[in-house]
Design a binder for this molecule. Structure first.
Ligand code: FAD
Length: 403
């Protein structure tokens, strides 16, 4: 039976090895991860865990698996050691400790890191991708000192909401006028800005950061409109970059991730797959190559490849395209995607009772996605209708009836 090596021991990697065993793969499995930590879930890092008491129980609740479970599944676990190179001809992964591991099948699940801050004051700039990052930010928030969040995307605004909860005076800065509009559309993006302002966070959108100077406790954030914000600390959340450095020279097709075919097989080598935040694949619905950075996609791609390797699946990977975000007491959910050249129909207004839904269509009027706020029943209905291929008008009408 073939030896499957999985590089990257987080959501995608863990779900892949679990899936392989669950679906009957009998051969050897090796799971290699750069972090010394047992695999853990990342969404809570900007949500529940950030606000938690950081007790052992709180942290343990967000582990994806245990050493015992992996041992019981016969998975050889190598944590705290990064892969540094790949030879796809000899079928060998080189590791940072100087050893190497041969494979019959390789699954690349190395995810992404936070895009490094271009601004480097002496100290006081935080970023969020790992458990250690979240703990450091949590400690800072507990001081109640002023905070600037650079980047008004989901992660930045979730941190802002948590910081407000700790009594910090918070300013969110983003060069884009409506940073979340790309995903949720202008209606919901506008409501989200209002939500943050009502809670006392300041939004400085449409203004870029030119520099951050000073040190923790006494930072200056310089903006391109000539103004300066004095603050104690800053969190820089300006996107992520895929972990592909270790694959240079391997013959794989790299560039904003590892390019795969529709079955998630890496282009450029046999028996190599890429899944999760590191994978860029031709999205069947969107007609373009996509690198998704969402929990459900990482989990689904892992299951898909595990199924393929155990003899199932002949269809290309069809994406779920499901994302959520928690901001204060709001739950934002999106299914599908938003075509910037398309249109959006607001089904239910937030002002009425705090629930909303927006249906996105592409330039040809076909529905591509739905966003809901605080309305899980609407979300579930929309998910069913989208999957059934119903036209946009029908989805809007059914949602209106449910409302
Ligand atoms: P990752 O989780 O990035 O894991 C990759 C692993 O590979 C890491 O442990 C890394 O150390 C390791 N690695 C990297 N390079 C190497 C190497 N050379 N050798 C060995 N190991 C290596 N998604 C949602 O859908 N909803 C949310 O609300 C949400 N919230 C989020 C909040 C935060 C703060 C963050 C950071 C992410 C959030 N996400 C959310 C995204 C979601 O967590 C990711 O999509 C998911 O973690 C992707 O899993 P992955 O296994 O592909 O990659």
């Amino acid at each position: 039976d073939r030896h499957v090596v999985v590089v990257g021991a987080s959501l995608a990697g863990t779900r892949a090895v679990e899936g392989l065993r669950a679906l009957g793969h009998a051969g050897h499995i090796t799971l290699i991860g750069a972090e010394a930590e047992l695999p853990y879930d990342r969404p809570p890092l900007s949500k529940d865990l950030l606000k938690s008491d950081w007790s052992d129980d709180a942290v343990a609740g967000f582990r994806l698996t245990s050493a015992e479970a992996l041992t019981a599944a016969g998975v050889e676990l190598k944590l705290g050691v990064a892969a540094t190179g790949l030879d796809t001809v000899a079928r060998v992964v080189r590791l940072a400790d100087g050893t190497s591991v041969g494979y019959d099948v390789l699954i690349i699940a190395t995810g992404a890191i936070a895009r490094p801050s271009p601004w480097r004051p002496e100290s006081g700039v935080f970023q969020l991708r790992t458990l250690a990052d979240s703990r450091a930010i949590a400690e800072q928030l507990r001081t109640g000192a002023p905070l600037v969040v650079v980047g008004g995307g989901f992660i930045g605004t979730e941190i802002a909401a948590a910081a407000v909860g700790f009594g910090c005076s918070v300013t969110v800065v983003d060069p884009v006028a409506e940073p979340m509009a790309r995903i949720v559309g202008p209606d919901v993006a506008g409501s989200l800005v209002g939500l943050h302002e009502r809670h006392g966070a300041q939004a400085r959108f449409g203004v870029g950061v030119t520099d951050i100077r000073g040190k923790l406790g006494a930072l200056e954030v310089l903006l391109d409109d000539g103004s300066t914000i004095d603050t104690a600390a800053a969190v820089v959340g300006i996107g992520s970059i895929p972990c592909i450095d270790w694959l240079e020279g391997s013959g794989l097709t790299l560039g904003n991730g590892v390019l795969t075919d529709g079955m998630l097989r890496a282009v450029g080598a046999d028996d190599v797959f890429a899944i999760g935040d590191v994978a860029r694949w031709p999205h069947p619905g969107r007609g373009v190559e996509v690198r998704a950075e969402h929990w459900t996609n990482a989990s689904d791609q892992a299951r898909y490849v595990a199924t393929a390797l155990t003899g199932g699946v002949s269809e290309p990977y069809g994406s779920t395209d499901y994302v959520w975000s928690d901001q204060y007491d709001w739950k934002v959910h999106t299914i599908g995607w938003r075509d910037p050249n398309g249109s959006s129909a607001l089904v239910r207004d937030l002002a009425r009772d705090g629930k909303t839904a927006v249906v996105h269509s592409n330039g040809a009027g076909e529905p591509t996605g739905v966003v809901t706020v605080n309305w899980v029943r609407g979300l579930n209905l929309a998910r069913r209708l989208l999957a059934a291929g119903d036209p946009a008008e029908r989805i809007v009408a059914e949602l209106e009836q449910l409302a």
